[in-house]
Design a protein around this ligand. Structure first.
Ligand code: CMX
Length: 439
């Protein structure tokens, strides 16, 4: 067994035994109450999922295996001391629970480079779609079409013992992650560069290769891509993309199916699509105001108009967070360090000043602060990736790291099929008011 897989097995099989023991010995422990309010507002705050890769605190933000983003920036291996950490190191951390050495991270990079070959039919599937299909449609279709390669599916069909499901899942997960940069870059070059494709460079790291195949080779862009891939990788288990991968995977659907399903969830405007919506909305504002350097008052009026039209202000608010997202702050710090006087970045900073008090004054919005999507597009745009309909694909490539690490865990824990209970609305009315109704 190769080294990373062996290390994972060693660590995770202990946790798997704990999972099984808790299930057997403490099934009756009560974890809390579920209120009707929670059911009617998207099941927020109900402790229902086991996810070990990261944990989200409403006030502090995300921690990956206990490490905050600034701590990861300090501790994870880098290509050069001035740069951002390698996403390979974060994947290792999420999978194995330890900060990897430089050698561990580079070995993982090499492992992914050797697994990165994408079968021709995946490109054919992309090419068969009209160029008017959204990049996320092309991305999800490409992933689904790659299920032909699923080792898990073949092992299951061959009757493998369930205690080895994790092994075939691990292989699928590593192959899938390794191939994502090539697929994403292929969609980007097809859509926006006349199908002038660029071959991978196996000597580059995973994020550096994505930048390279998209046509960007400066060290500045590699640094941004590594940061981007780190901060979008995981956000505990209840967000739409992570939960979808877990749910679909719980039916023993192969990792390609589970991750493709997650990507169709990420493509929704309340989730990952918000990263393109932010830029779209800012350009709408620039056009409506006739300037890319509006006053705070003009911006404030425009925000109020958006709310009056019954729309959301994209990039603001969160289902769990109640403070500025540390993923926003990491990008703000990056911009302060490396970008001087960019009109779009300036506008993003101005919105950070203007939007929260407006959202706060609405009353019902639980979190008036910016999330990760408020900043990310402006950075990509600054470095020349101006095709913002592609941005959610980049989010998706990164999100694979967390949701697929979790999927391997799900399989080694032997997690059962997920099946919560539903009732008609009248049942809930009965519980609340003592009588049901016909709607
Ligand atoms: N602009 C306007 N209204 C907003 C808002 C915003 N940015 N954020 C929340 N609200 C509204 C909600 O639509 C909801 O309205 P209704 O009661 O009329 O349905 C009300 O405020 C209460 O919502 P909430 O409990 O504060 O937030 P939710 O958990 O329901 O939703 C989120 C969270 C992120 C979907 C929401 O804040 C939103 O729509 N934000 C804009 C889209 C966005 O940035 N999404 C990206 C999130 C991060 C990610 O997944 O990538």
């Amino acid at each position: 067994m190769e080294y990373i897989k062996y290390r994972f097995y060693q660590k995770a099989s202990k946790c798997s035994a704990e999972f099984q023991r808790l299930k057997k010995e403490h099934a009756d422990v009560v974890l809390g109450q579920v209120t009707l309010g929670q059911v009617l507002t998207g099941m927020k705050g109900i402790p229902l999922l086991v996810t070990d890769t990261s944990k989200l605190d409403p006030e502090e933000g995300i921690r990956f295996k206990g490490y905050s983003i600034p701590e990861l920036q300090q501790k994870l291996p880098k290509m050069n001391p001035e740069g951002e950490p390698l996403p390979e190191g974060l994947f290792y951390l999420m999978l194995i629970g330890e900060i990897p050495s430089q050698e561990d991270a580079l070995n993982l990079s090499i492992d992914w480079a050797t697994r990165a070959h994408v079968p021709q039919h995946v490109f054919d599937v992309i090419d068969a779609l009209p160029k008017t299909s959204k990049p996320m449609t092309q991305f999800s279709a490409a992933i689904l079409s790659m299920a032909t390669e699923s080792i898990f599916q073949k092992a299951y069909r061959a009757g493998v013992n369930k205690k080895f499901y994790w092994d075939a899942t691990y292989e699928d997960v590593m192959n899938l992650i390794a191939r994502l940069p090539r697929i994403a870059a292929y969609i980007y070059r097809r859509q926006f560069h006349n199908s002038d494709h660029i071959e991978p460079n196996p000597r580059l790291d995973w994020a550096g290769n994505l930048a390279h195949m998209m046509g960007f080779n400066s060290e500045d862009i590699r640094r941004l891509f590594r940061l981007y891939m780190i901060i979008h990788a995981d956000h505990e288990g209840g967000n739409v993309s992570a939960h979808t991968a877990h749910l679909v995977g719980s039916a023993l659907s192969n990792p390609y199916y589970a991750y493709a399903a997650a990507m169709t969830g990420l493509a929704g405007p309340l989730h990952g699509f918000a990263n393109q919506d932010v830029i779209f909305w800012i350009f709408e504002m620039i056009e409506a105001l006739g300037t890319d350097a509006p006053t705070d008052e003009q911006v404030s009026d425009y925000c109020k108009r958006t709310l009056e039209e019954g729309r959301v202000i994209p990039g603001y608010g969160h289902a769990v967070l109640r403070k500025t997202d540390p993923r926003f702050t990491a990008q703000e710090e990056f911009a302060n360090k490396y970008i001087k006087n960019d009109p779009l970045v300036n506008l993003v900073n101005q919105l950070y000043r203007v939007v929260p008090p407006i959202l706060g004054s609405v009353g019902k919005i639980k979190n008036p602060w910016p999330n990760v999507d408020a900043y990310s597009g402006s950075l990509l745009y600054h470095y020349g990736i101006k095709e913002y309909t592609f941005y959610t694909v980049m989010f998706g490539v990164s999100r694979a790291l967390g949701v697929l690490a979790s999927l391997v865990n799900d399989r080694i824990y032997g997690m059962p099929i997920e099946r919560p209970t539903s009732h008609p609305l009248s049942w809930f009315k009965q519980q609340a008011e003592g009588k049901g109704s016909d709607c």
